[in-house]
Ligand binder design. Structure first.
Ligand code: UVW
Length: 388
């Protein structure tokens, strides 16, 4: 398929992802191909009925009209703004951070052991689509020698989608929802009702200007640093195996994890950082990138709604999108991203390491992470910490 055709089809929005033809070849040999997602989703069609019944039973998902701002027949049906944190809010669920969450997190620290949840950023790590990671050292060394003491130094130049590679924190400007026609920037809606027009600070008549140099709204520099309770759902431990691509983690699975881990729903507190271990990352990261990128296990609509109802501040997992890909409902693409980020201001943290926490049976800990305040960026790299 030509690039032109695939772009044209992407312009068709949600309708477009239903068809077999929307199969943008995402450039890199190891990159995920949407054809495989869609095919997988079709094979999972039997499960889709059950999922949609559950969706309609949930309070958080109410039907509405596209004219009111949503997409009828999806979890994005209802107009989702203004935010419960006010119509100007740009920090979403990081509003939960407070001295109370800090003290609660601190009370989880029993041994003082620190776990790095971040992966090393390096050439050869799996990347979504045609994203790149290229680091160069100018000069050998870059500069010097200065002074009688002959000081040398090295710098680096990094070309990458800085917030969207490796261990990555998705900010609120990363994911939106088209509620109008292609090209209607004011109807491409993000968290708290901000539109593409707002994010790029341009009018539809003027074309894109300022926003090319960083998002003017919902940039990741706005968010508050995390110091909160972290909880791990060891789904791999529960199942005794790595989960497979397209395998959905259910609410029953999450509750079974809590029970197995000697915890209860009371441990899923407002503002906590919730993480689920699938085994996908520890088995496949830089070992089989093609399979890693071909889809993944993760939560779906049902578990997302449950976690939203608990008031989590961030959802994290050891895979590249934290959600089930392909979604069992073939009409849905990256729906958990929209439910968390766009509708509820809940952040997403992808490609984290969780195996060492599971090995030590650390299921509750202090979660500490300060996204890099890169003005106008869509996300942040970094090394989140769990302190047990
Ligand atoms: C997309 O950007 C679609 O996905 P992710 O946030 O998983 O990188």
């Amino acid at each position: 398929m030509s690039d032109e055709k695939s772009l044209e089809q992407q312009e068709q929005g949600l309708e477009g992802v239903q068809g077999e033809e929307i199969t943008a070849d995402l450039a890199q040999p190891q990159s995920p191909r949407r054809r495989e997602f869609i095919k997988g989703a079709a094979m999972a069609g039997a499960a889709a009925g059950a999922v949609s019944v559950a969706m309609h039973e949930l309070d958080l998902v109410k039907p509405a009209h596209a004219a009111e701002g949503g997409i009828e027949g999806t979890p994005m049906a209802e107009k989702w703004w203004p935010s419960k944190w006010g119509k100007e809010d740009q920090v979403g669920a990081t509003n939960w951070m407070s001295p109370k969450t800090t003290m609660d997190a601190a009370s989880q620290i029993k041994s003082g052991k620190v776990y790095s949840l971040g992966r090393v950023y390096e050439v050869g790590m799996p990347l979504f689509g045609a994203r790149v990671f290229a680091l160069r050292i100018p000069g050998a060394p870059t500069g010097g020698a200065y002074g009688k003491n002959q000081t040398l130094w090295h710098d680096e130049i990094l070309t990458t989608e800085i917030g969207q590679v490796g261990t990555q924190f998705d900010g609120l400007g990363h994911i939106g929802c088209r509620t109008g026609k292609p090209g209607e920037s004011s109807k491409e809606v993000y968290y708290n009702g901000f539109s593409t027009t707002d994010l790029h600070n341009n009018s539809e008549a003027q074309g894109s200007t300022v926003g090319a140099y960083g998002l003017q709204k919902l940039g990741v520099h706005n968010v508050k640093p995390f110091f909160t309770r972290g909880i791990l759902f060891d789904v791999m431990g529960l199942k005794g195996r790595m989960l497979d691509k397209g395998e959905e983690i259910t609410v029953a699975d999450l509750k079974a994890c809590l029970q197995r881990q000697g915890m209860s729903e009371a441990d899923v507190t407002e503002g906590c950082a919730a993480m689920w271990r699938t085994g996908w990352g520890e088995a496949l990261w830089m070992k089989d990138n093609a399979r890693f990128n071909s889809g993944e296990p993760g939560i779906g609509v049902e578990a997302a709604n449950w976690l939203i109802s608990k008031g989590i501040s961030v959802g994290a997992a050891d895979c590249w999108a934290i959600e089930v890909v392909p979604n069992p409902d073939p009409n849905l693409a990256f729906i958990v991203h929209q439910m968390f980020i766009t509708r509820n201001g809940i952040h997403i943290l992808e490609n984290v390491r969780l195996d060492h926490l599971a090995a030590d049976k650390v299921y509750k800990f202090a979660f500490i992470f300060s996204p890099l305040p890169i003005k106008g960026a869509t996300g942040s790299p970094g090394n989140p910490l769990a302190v047990a």
